[in-house]
Ligand binder design. Structure first.
Ligand code: HEC
Length: 171
């Protein structure tokens, strides 16, 4: 083997070795973050990690726990958002049900809505039975800026859960 060929194979080996390492800094969610699935059929659902832009939202992405539950300011903010996004029109002013079901629990049409991760997925991506997707970019496909940020969904949840002290959703 001539010298050039030896150098070339060494280089190839180095390149191969450096490719087998873990990808880093590509902006995707890290391995220890929550894996979201749709309520429609349980298929994987990608939510850009940069949308989780507050401490509470980052904590939720990492653990699935909603740290706003029981937080009076979050409950107040969530109540406003619940009105602003017309949730009241279908679920009633106190989320006790109207044309849409009560959100107080502990029994839900979709059992996973007893957990904050599950209810987040239902609000974000909607259902097949009349509940539209409310997540950023999904609510109105013609306007990607429309829809709830993850932090806002968590505040709405704080308001919804405030009606049932036995169910925090973080159990
Ligand atoms: C146009 C009426 C309408 C609006 C507006 C609406 N919903 Fe719903 N929602 C429904 C209906 C109908 C269902 C039942 C869906 C089904 O059976 O698949 C539902 C179901 C749900 C569920 C699941 C309940 C369960 O028992 O599993 C949650 C959670 C929910 N809605 C939250 C919200 C929130 C939060 C908002 C506002 C951001 C909202 N909805 C706005 C009609 C609505």
């Amino acid at each position: 083997m001539n010298r050039q060929l030896i150098l070339l194979s060494a280089l190839t080996l180095t390149l191969l070795a450096s490719c087998s390492g873990k990808p880093s800094g590509d902006g995707s969610a890290s391995a220890d973050s929550v894996k979201f699935v749709t309520t429609q059929d349980g298929s994987a659902m990608e939510i850009k990690s940069e949308l989780f832009d507050t401490p509470a939202a980052k904590e939720f992405l990492a653990t699935g726990k909603n740290t706003y539950i029981g937080n009076a300011d979050a409950v107040t903010a969530g109540k406003k958002l619940f009105q602003m996004y017309s949730c009241t029109q279908c679920h009633g002013g106190d989320a006790g049900g109207q044309t849409g079901p009560s959100l107080h629990g502990p029994d839900f049409k979709y059992a996973k809505d007893a957990t904050n991760k599950g209810m987040f997925e239902t609000i974000w991506h909607g259902t097949n039975g009349g509940m539209g997707a409310k997540g950023k970019g999904l609510m109105d496909p013609s306007d990607p800026s429309n829809g709830l940020m993850p932090d806002e969904v968590l505040k709405i949840q704080a308001w919804v859960r405030s009606h049932n002290e036995k169910l925090t959703g973080n159990e």
